[in-house]
Ligand binder design. Structure first.
Ligand SMILES: Cc1ncc(C[n+]2csc(CCOP(=O)(O)OP(=O)(O)O)c2C)c(N)n1
Length: 632
């Protein structure tokens, strides 16, 4: 990257209207300045880089062609909307991106009047946009609705459900397909092959150019024929291009258009906003555009931590850094799959994020990336399980929310041996409210047949993974984002006894009952309290949220009347609720003094995991404070 230049035009853009009327040259300058700001900011704080570099020109063209004080622009996932944020009055706050108290990494209603729909999870823009367009008709209003969606996000059923309804309703509605042939990794599936094959087919491109040129050359009638051929181009194209698919869904198809040619984009949007039926504009972009390291490795730079802008390299890791939970999961799964050929791995477009990329390399024939299709992933796994396979379904906690009915109806009701691995259980940090894994303990624990676990460290995670395959039925392990305590994984990978926890520490005054990522902070809290002559607390690691270690818990409360229960999940309906239910059912609540620590009944915003845990009082200091308060 060249030395940062002083921004000239960008600071003049205080609102979307300031982009309207700008010349092509000014738009090119704005594109360069946007890229400079985005690269510089993301290099300092981390964030989504490659998707945002790919949408700079697209965003400028949309802001130039549409009147965003009237028209509604809806982004999908929202991980490509940094230019949108900057151009809609957030340049000055952009240095607070994804930080505690700062602006979100995704569009958020409430953050700006130009964010018309909050996002973070994929494939919602078409349904949301169509809803807005439908409300517009009912109110007799007049504005354009533009939904932008990526080719990866288009693989989800939800996107097609939206297209299906839009085509039938025949309302004015513009969908922009931002096609970079990538999801986080290379996009997968037949649709993706269809989009890229037909667009780039050299035969089609040459044939189209040839026909157009020859028609023009015919003396006398050439121009007219050319005009008619152009008019018929949509139907002509539909035999060869993705237009075929979208026109079958009753969309007018326009494209493919070079998504980095601002002039062509502006012209196209100026035309399509006059069409009063659904239109799909197919735009080809390059992920990471304009920053070589991101163009070369768009998967790494999809969502990236701090890096050095000159080289794209990450700063040197601190010495002694240990493996992440994701890595432990990936390598343990591979070890177990080596021993048992019935184990297969399934991911929904996130091989790298879930750590299943190593499984992909070692057992390619047993690895399935199904696209951003969490619902399908679960029912697909259920189908494999009916034939004796042992699927490992690895999906971030927050995205598994999409699959609730499939887990209940297709897996648990039939008691199938499907094993769920929920990375990012609990607070995820900078991605914020849309991405925290706040609810998994609550939404999995009440489903019959499910076995549900959360590890305190890396070795316990590895043993829990082994336990899932030893259990003949559905099971789930949820584990946090990031690294653990640096505990070595024992090679035996012995399964745990189902429904049994472990007493981590004895203490006469009371008990802290903890699960997963909160066990070790609870132990530290108890040790420090004892050293400080405070209450001397036992710490019980439940390991299983379902089945709960009922006998052990009942034994604990015969000895201890002061309890603190702590989890990194919504306190409502989670681990502590489960314990209170058991105590009530056994008439064991009498004389107990209980405090529950967990995530509150409100959405938690972004910040570092450390900041958020401290804010919620579920870190070591928060646990100590609650224990002390309990004895006041
Ligand atoms: C339901 C859901 N599953 C998974 C993700 C994680 N995710 C974020 S962006 C992304 C890829 C999106 O691909 P595409 O729409 O083509 O956008 P691109 O990043 O290529 O610009 C994925 C899988 C998500 N945000 N939501």
């Amino acid at each position: 990257m060249t030395q940062p230049r002083k921004l000239t035009l960008l600071p003049q853009i205080k609102r979307p209207a300031d982009v309207r009327g700008r010349s092509l040259q000014e738009l090119e300058t704005l594109a360069a300045e946007l890229r400079q700001v985005i690269i510089s900011q993301v290099s300092q704080t981390g964030g989504h880089l490659a998707p945002n570099l790919g949408t700079v020109e697209l965003t400028l063209a949309l802001f130039r062609a549409f009147d965003l004080d009237r028209d509604k622009l809806i982004w999908d996932v929202g991980h490509q909307a940094y230019s949108h944020k900057i151009l809609s009055g957030r340049l000055e706050r952009f240095n607070t991106l994804r930080q505690f108290g700062g602006i979100s990494g995704f569009p958020r209603m409430g953050e700006s009047p130009y964010d018309h729909f909050g996002v973070g999870h994929s494939s919602t823009s078409i349904s949301a946009g169509l809803g807005i367009a439908t409300a517009r008709e009912l109110e007799g209003e007049d504005f354009n609705v533009v939904s932008v969606i990526g080719d990866g996000s288009l693989t989800a059923g939800l996107a097609f459900e939206g297209l299906n309804q839009a085509g039938e309703l025949e309302r004015p509605f513009i969908v922009v397909l931002n096609d970079n042939e990538m999801s986080i990794s290379t996009n997968v599936g037949a649709l993706s092959r269809f989009l890229s094959r037909t667009v780039s087919a050299p035969l089609f491109v040459r044939w189209k150019d040839y026909v157009e040129r020859r028609l023009k050359d015919i003396p006398g009638i050439g121009d007219e024929l050319h005009h008619w051929a152009k008019r018929g181009k949509d139907s002509f194209k539909s035999f060869f291009t993705p237009g075929m698919l979208f026109e079958a869904l009753r969309f007018n198809y326009v494209g493919p258009i070079d998504g980095h040619d601002i002039g062509a984009l502006v012209d196209t949007f100026e035309q399509v906003k006059r069409i009063d039926t659904p239109v799909l504009v197919h735009v080809m972009t390059k992920k990471g555009k304009g920053y070589k390291p991101a163009e070369i490795n768009p998967t790494y730079f999809h969502g990236v931590g701090k890096f050095m802008p000159e080289t794209g390299l990450a700063p040197k890791p601190a010495p002694g850094g240990w493996a992440s939970y994701t890595d432990v999961f990936g390598s343990t799964l591979c070890t177990l799959a080596q021993r048992d050929e019935k184990i297969v791995a399934i991911t929904a477009a996130m091989p790298e994020g879930t750590g299943t990329d190593c499984f992909r390399s070692r057992f390619p024939e047993r690895f399935h990336d199904v696209g951003i299709c969490e619902q399908h992933a679960v029912t697909f796994a259920a189908g494999m399980a009916t034939r004796g396979y042992k699927p490992a379904v690895s999906i971030y906690s927050t995205f598994l929310q999409r699959s609730y009915d499939q887990i209940v109806h297709d897996v648990c009701l039939q008691n199938l041996n499907v094993n769920f691995f929920l990375d990012r259980g609990g607070l995820v940090g900078a991605d914020g409210a849309t991405h925290h894994g706040a609810f998994d303990l609550s939404f999995l624990r009440h489903i019959p047949n499910m076995v549900l676990m959360a590890p305190k460290d890396e070795n316990e995670l590895a043993r829990m993974i082994a336990t899932t395959f030893a259990v003949d039925g559905p099971s789930a392990v949820r584990y946090p984002r990031g690294t653990g305590a640096g505990v070595a994984v024992e090679p035996e990978l012995l399964p745990l006894e189902v429904g049994r926890g472990a007493l981590e520490r004895s203490g006469p005054d009371g008990a802290i009952l903890a699960i997963g990522s909160r066990v070790l902070p609870a132990v530290e809290a108890a040790m420090e309290l004892a050293e400080e002559q405070g209450p001397d607390m036992a710490v019980f690691n439940a390991r299983f949220v379902k089945p709960l270690p009922v006998e052990q818990i009942l034994d604990l409360v015969t000895e201890h009347k002061h309890l603190v229960i702590v989890e990194e999940n919504a306190a409502m309906g989670g681990f502590s609720s489960a314990i209170l239910e058991v105590l009530a059912d056994h008439d064991a609540l009498d004389g107990l003094h209980v405090r529950r620590l967990g995530m509150p009944d409100r959405f938690v915003e972004h910040g570092t995991q450390k900041e958020l845990r401290a804010m919620l009082g579920i870190d070591k200091n928060g646990i100590k404070k609650t224990v002390r308060d309990l004895f006041r």
